[in-house]
Design a protein around this ligand. Structure first.
Ligand code: C2E
Ligand code: CA
Ligand code: CA
Ligand code: CA
Length: 280
């Protein structure tokens, strides 16, 4: 029993060491990664399902590091949050997105309304210069605020700090679009919809995945769309993977959709090519 105990102990120690080691390597490699141009944005197109038009794209961060290879945002964003690096990474994401919008305007075949949705993490809201950064970047790039959309999850709102409310009001008063991301996965999404100036609600892909399979998800999506419209919000279905899902979403009056059925997240030039092909 004693031997087993020791083996078990060393087994867990080894596992822990691997986890800690990876975390440390990520932290270490993330320092300077921005300067070394290891981050790049991919874009996933968003479709207006009624008009059958591409109306925008969500910017999704990718990190390719020489030591670690490709690291998923679900793994490195939480670490960037803890170390504070997320602030400069977040500024990079906004700047890059605005410069895509500028280039987009210059492509003749794409001369129509288009917006970019950017994800923001909780600690970006603790940075009091966020509003000014957004405002200045928009005016420097000469982009209308309506072309920029910010996606936040309820994690941003959980602290209930009044400075966050102020920032969100300032941002939306400027004309920037505010979206509630991953709707339905948290605890208090409903009360947040009442309290904060959201324009868009994104139904989490977990529910979309189930709409063709079970009544519960179908009913929840149906009710969420009706509720959103009652509140004057547009609805985006996330993670649409099949034609059957899209058909149901259309029937339920969903406004917008994104997911592998249309396109995976792709590099900027691929997005431009994809969109030109879509419209020709
Ligand atoms: P999210 O904001 O919920 O983004 C949607 C995720 O679902 C993306 O994963 C996207 O690639 C994936 N996805 C899209 N369509 C489908 C589909 O049809 N099926 C499936 N199975 N997945 C689909 P990704 O790119 O790995 O990003 C993961 C998360 O990392 C994002 O979740 C977001 O929370 C965070 N993230 C990504 N980029 C940024 C960023 O620039 N800033 C911040 N703060 N967070 C980011
Ligand atoms: Ca998102
Ligand atoms: Ca989401
Ligand atoms: Ca998510």
């Amino acid at each position: 029993a004693k031997a087993l105990g020791r083996n078990t102990y060393s087994f867990f120690t080894k596992q822990m060491n691997t986890v800690i080691q990876r975390r440390l390597t990520i932290e270490e490699q993330m320092r300077g990664a921005l300067q070394r141009n290891e981050f790049i944005l991919y874009y996933q197109p968003q479709f207006d399902v009624k008009k059958n038009e591409i109306i925008g794209a969500e910017a999704l961060l990718r990190w390719l590091n020489p030591v670690l290879g490709s690291v998923a945002p679900d793994e490195f964003i939480p670490i960037a949050e803890k170390t504070g690096v997320i602030i400069s990474i977040g500024e990079f994401v906004i700047k890059e997105s605005l410069s895509l919008l500028k280039r987009w305007k210059n492509v003749e075949q794409l001369n129509r309304n288009f917006s970019i949705a950017v994800n923001l993490s909780p600690s970006q809201f603790k940075d009091l210069s966020l509003f000014n950064f957004i405002k200045t970047s928009l005016s420097n790039a000469n982009i209308e605020p309506q072309s920029l959309e910010l996606e936040i999850t309820e994690g941003v709102l959980m602290s209930g700090e009044s400075s966050i409310t102020d920032t969100l009001n300032d941002i939306t008063n400027l004309g920037v679009i505010l979206s509630m991301d991953d709707f339905g996965t948290g605890y208090s999404s409903l009360s947040y919809l009442r309290k904060y100036p959201f324009n868009v609600l994104k139904i989490d892909r977990g529910f979309i995945n189930g709409i063709t399979k079970n009544n519960e998800d179908y009913s929840l999506v149906e009710a969420t769309i009706a509720m959103s419209h009652g509140l004057g919000l547009k609805v985006v279905a996330e993670g649409v993977e099949t034609k059957e899902q899209l058909t149901i979403l259309k029937e339920l009056g969903c406004d917008l959709a994104q997911g592998y059925y249309f396109s995976k997240p792709i590099p900027e030039q691929d997005l431009i090519d994809f969109s030109i092909r879509f419209y020709s």
